[in-house]
Every structure is written in structure tokens, then in C-alpha cells.
Design a protein around this ligand. Sequence first.
Ligand code: CP
Length: 304
Amino acid sequence: MVKPAGLLDIESLDRTEIEAILERARFFQPLSNESYRRLDVLRGKTIVNLFFEASTRTRVSFEIAAKRLGADTLTIAAAGSSVSKGESLVDTLNTLVAMRPNAIVMRHAASGAPQFLARHLQIPIVNAGDGTHEHPTQALLDARTILDHRPGLGGLRVAIIGDIAHSRVARSNVHLLSKFSAEIVLCGPAPLLPGELAQLAPGVNLAHNMDEALRDADVIMMLRVQLERQHEAPMAASEYFRFYGLRLEHLKLAKPDAIVMHPGPINRGRELSSEVADSQRSVILNQVENGVAVRMAVLERILG
Ligand code: CP
């Protein structure tokens, strides 16, 4: 039987597929002060959002995106599901599939969990972030946001700074940006920047010095320090901020019109200063806004 197509990662997508999603997301972007388009293409479809990890942006934007396309949605958090009573992931998913939803959007702390389930279940699965592996819709909305400020991704210098080791956002962005021949600099303290990441995709360089990473950058992508995934004592927030926190004076090193991104949730005073987060150069809330448009494009592609 042919497996239903979902969206599990960016690594296995080709440029044409990515471009098609980004172009369709542009169609869904609302004009300023207007609401997202409302279509009926998914009327009669039911989408289950299954979140085994905390989320605000991804969970809410998938829900809004599905509703804007006319689908019925329901969101289940692990704490309120039978997983908390010892049910296995496969049994939980089989239980949900027996109720005949049309797709499952899933976030899980284990890398590879959505891929594992996609092999065993006859239902499209959309990966909303799996462990430290991938967060495909985040990379798509990041690309959409960059393209709102630049004519193309090719040749851009993108500095991705922070806790690279634990970041599924970094991995998905590296795969996407590399497919479009961007120059990618990954930067962070040595314990959070494993050397093998230089081999993740073509066009990736590593830097431990933030000034080096920021020089002539078109895009500065800051990452959250993922304390919940670190097994060793983390750097104190003040020490981390001193060496890897983005401050206004850093912006002089980048291109004059460089944009500052962060997937959120942000930690002010650790990853970036409030002055940067709230500056004209910050597109952090544009990323959130594009999350709905991109997820509408993804859901329509899978189920429309
Ligand atoms: N960027 C992101 O995944 O945010 P949430 O954890 O709030 O969904």
C-alpha cells in the first residue's frame, strides 16, 4: 500500500517542493491589518494536533491554519492523554487513527518519533518538531520570512548562533538553506557546537567567535538555549550572554540591512538583549505571523 504523504523533514524535500510551499504561503499571507484568508478546501477533514512537548507558536498556528482552511481540529497534550497512564506511543496513535482523522500533527521529545510512526500508520503525519532532529515547518516559515526581506536565498550569509547541538530548528534550517546554496555559519560555545555539524550539508562553516560569525551576515538567527535537553551544568545566563548574546553593538558587524530572527520562545538577557528583540531589525513576530501562512500551505498540500 502506498504510504500517505505527510511532512517529516526538510532533508528529504527537494527545492521544487520547498519553493511550491513557500510560494503558496505567500498567497496565504494576510495584507496588513487583515485576517488570514478563509478557504473551504479542507472542509470535512479532521486534523489531530498531538503535542508531547510544550509549544505555543507551533501548536496554535497549526490550529489556526487548519481552521482557516475549513478543517476540524482537536489538540491533545501528553499530560491529558492516556500516555500519562503508561500507554505506548504506537498504541496511542493506533487509538487515534481508529477514529479516522485525516492527518496527525505531532511534536515529540524523541528524535525520529514521527518517522517511526509514519512507517507503521496509514495516515499523513506532520512533524511539528522531533527531539533534536528536525522542525520542518519552522525552517519553511523562516525561509518565507527571509524571502519577505531578500529576493532569494542563494548567496545569503546566514549566521545561526546559540545552542546548535540541541536545535532541531538549526538542522532544518541548514538543510533548507543549503539546498538554495546559502552560506551558513553555525556559532556557539564548544559544548553546544559539535564538530560533525560541519558535515551536515554543503555550505556549512563553524565558528566559536560571535564577531566572526556576524561579519557581513544578511540574516542573524539566534537560538534558544535548550536547558531541558542539556545533561551537563549549563553556562550561567550572564556568562552565556556575555559571549553569545546578541546586543545592539553586534549589529554593526552584519550587513546594514541584516535581519534578526529567533524561533522563540526567546530568553531576553540570555540569547539577545531586549533592545535587539524589540528593534526594527527584529523580524521575530513576522516569523510567528508567517507560521500560520506556511502551515496553511503545508496542510493544503497534504490534504487539499
Ligand atoms: N518555535 C517553536 O517551535 O515555538 P513553540 O515551541 O512555541 O512551538
